[in-house]
Design a protein. Sequence first.
Length: 289
Amino acid sequence: MPKRLFVATPTKLLTFADCKRKYRYTYLETPRPPKGPPWAHNTVGAIVHEVLADFFGRWPASRRTPDEVVAKMRSSWRSEGFRDEQQSLDWRDRSTEMVIGYLRDTDPYYEPRGVERTVAFTTERASLRGRVDRIDERPARDGSGGTELAIVDYKTGRRPLTAVDARSSLAMALYVLGARRVLHKPCTRVELHHLPTNTVAAADHDEASLGRHQKRAEAMADDAAAAEAKWAEGLTPAEADEAFPPEPSALCGWCDFAKICPQGRREAPTRDPWAGLDEPSQIPLEEAG
C-alpha cells in the first residue's frame, strides 16, 4: 500500500514548529480545550479580509464604490476583543479609512484570477494546501507576451513589512507552488499588501528558494505526522505532555491557550484582548492579519 500523505496547511505546520502543546490543543484534543477571549486585532483583520473578498470576488463593478465599502464595513463590524464600545467604533472608522485608502486607485473592472482561492500540491511526503487572499494574473515580465501569477496576502497588523518578510514566509512560498499546480501558470511573485501603511512588500522566488521552503515544510510535516502517530496509539497524560511539550517564549502572552498553560504564563504575562492594536511588533506575522 502507498504511504498515506500527511495533509497540512502552512498554519498547521507553523503551529507545530512554534509550540507542540498548542498544536495538541488545537488539532488533537477532543473536545478541544477552551480558548481564551477573541483578539481585537484578529477581529479587525477578519472583517477587512471579508470586505476585500466581497469587493474583488463577489461584487459587480457597479458596486465597487467607496459608499458600498463603508456600508459593508459597518454591517460586517463586530466588537469581539475590544476594550469597550468606544474603542470598537474608533477602530471601525480607522479600519474603514484604511480599506478605502487601499482601494482608492483600484480599477473597478479588474478581476483577479482568484479570491479566497484554495490551492494545493503534493510531494512524496505530504499534501499541502492553503487559501490565498488573492491571486493576480498579470502580463509576464519576461517579454514573452504571456501572463504570470502573483500571490497577494493582505496584512492589517501595525508593524511595517519588508521584502524579507515576503520572501521568508513559508505560507507564501507554498501558495506559489500550489497556484502553479492548480492554475497551470508561471508564478514567482509574492506580495504582502500592508493596509495600515498602504505599502507593498514584494519578493520573487526562484526554484532554489521554493525548494528550500518545500523541504522545510516536508520536514515539519514528517515531525508532525510522527507525533500524531504517537497520539493515535493512545497516550497517558504524562506521555502526552512529553510528546507535545510547551515551548515557552515571549509569544506565550498571545496564545489562545495561555490560561491553561502554566509554563507559558510564567514566561510571559497574558495580554489583554485589545493589546495587539497597540503592540504590533510582538504579534507573530502569520497571525497578524
